[in-house]
Design a protein around this ligand. Structure first.
Ligand code: TYD
Length: 378
């Protein structure tokens, strides 16, 4: 499991096959297995990044949402440590509630006075949310949650429980078109059970209380979709963006086949590049213990013989070990303390910000290896 960073002597959550299946009819791609969410999320180490990039993303989301609806009351599903709800509250939301299955993160959010229910998004949680908002909630947010969910039918029906006629649902998911175009194979891991196209999402809405109202493409995390939904009994018309986005979408089996070939090539390239550097006596480390780092490291069969450590800003991940390779994760200061010659940036989705921040590394002759979109030394 990509986020299964364990402490010294800790036990791993286990292993599961990682295989993508494709439906040529509705263009949905899904994993062949769904790991029990209790195993994946009960204690969860992914914390929403406090980075500048993420704050800018939140501001963008708020602007887009504001064009549709004033956000007085906001419910967030998969609220993590409450970062987005805090942002919404600071920017005018007077009533907020988060739902998150991770015990550790719900506690963190509650301590910071973000009302949070520790639960998966099921019927009980939906009823609790309905009771919290009494007359129905204005906005429901679900960032990078829907692609983690196995039972979409229940998920969508439960969204109706705390809703009113003009509730706006905003679902953010990684966009499969960007995954294919950028060959972002490192975003394929067990937490992402599906790789959504707009066409497949529309098919999933059939028979649900929701319809697509507006679609926006976002840059975050290598390319994402903001899918805005309205209830089927809402009177306003769907926006042009839905038709346009559907028209510009092209997801085929052929594209997945090309993707597989390219992914193999990229894995081979990074693997050889790092091994050559190490053989010639250069020190290489990893930067960002992202889930993506786990995918890359296992695909390249790196161990600490290739990458001495991985730095990460997330306190919960530090002094743990990367799953599958047992490479140690250390604090971010290690980069400038140890000054390795090369660092592979596994948080490539934040690279412009990281490049600026880690000026000392650069000035002392350190070089970045970027694995995405193509392997490149900066
Ligand atoms: P992210 O790309 O958000 O997620 P995923 O796990 O889905 O691949 O992870 C980025 C990781 O990089 C996260 O663990 C935090 C870390 N990070 C740093 O160490 N330094 C930074 O400056 C930033 C922005 C992130």
């Amino acid at each position: 499991m990509a986020n299964d960073f364990v402490e010294k002597g800790g036990t791993h959550k286990g292993f599961a096959p990682l295989k993508v299946l494709f439906c040529p009819r509705c263009t949905l791609a899904q994993l062949s297995v769904a790991v029990d969410p209790q195993v994946l999320y009960r204690d969860y180490l992914y914390v929403t990044s406090p980075s500048r990039t993420m704050q800018e993303h939140f501001a963008k989301l708020r602007k887009l949402i504001g064009e549709e609806q004033s956000a007085t009351s906001v419910l967030e599903i998969g609220s993590n440590d409450g970062a987005l709800l805090r942002f919404m509250e600071k920017n005018g939301a007077s009533r907020i509630l988060g739902i998150d299955p991770a015990r550790n993160l719900s506690n963190l959010a509650s301590k910071e006075h973000i009302p949070t229910i520790n639960a998966v998004w099921d019927r009980d949680a939906a009823e609790d949310a309905a009771a919290h908002f009494e007359t129905g909630v204005d906005i429901i947010l679900a960032r990078h949650v829907f692609c983690h969910v196995d039972n979409w039918k229940d998920f969508l029906h439960n969204l109706a429980v705390p809703s009113k006629k003009d509730t706006l649902v905003c679902i953010e998911v990684p966009y499969v078109q960007d995954l294919l175009e950028g060959c972002e194979f490192d975003t394929i891991y067990h937490e992402h059970t599906s790789y959504l196209s707009i066409q497949s999402f529309r098919a999933a809405l059939n028979g649900s209380p929701w319809r697509l109202h507006r679609v926006e493409r976002l840059e975050i995390h290598g390319g994402a979709l903001l899918l805005m939904l309205r209830r089927t009994d809402y009177e306003g018309k769907a926006q042009e963006s839905v038709r346009k986005a559907l028209e510009s979408e092209s997801i085929t089996l052929e594209r997945w086949r090309e993707f597989a070939v390219k992914a193999h090539r990229k894995i081979g390239e990074l693997s050889a590049f790092v091994r050559n550097l190490v053989t010639s006596g250069q020190e290489v480390v990893g930067y960002g213990a992202s889930a993506k780092s786990t995918v890359w490291i296992n695909a390249c069969s790196f161990t600490r013989s290739q990458l001495r450590f991985i730095t990460d800003t997330t306190l919960l991940k530090q002094y743990r070990f990367s799953p599958g390779s047992d490479i140690p994760i250390v604090d971010e200061g290690a980069l400038t303390r140890e000054l390795p010659k090369y660092a592979v940036c596994f948080a490539w989705n934040f690279f412009p910000e990281i490049y600026e921040k880690e000026k000392i590394f650069r000035e002392k002759g350190g070089k970045w290896i970027l694995p995405h979109p193509e392997i490149k030394v900066v």
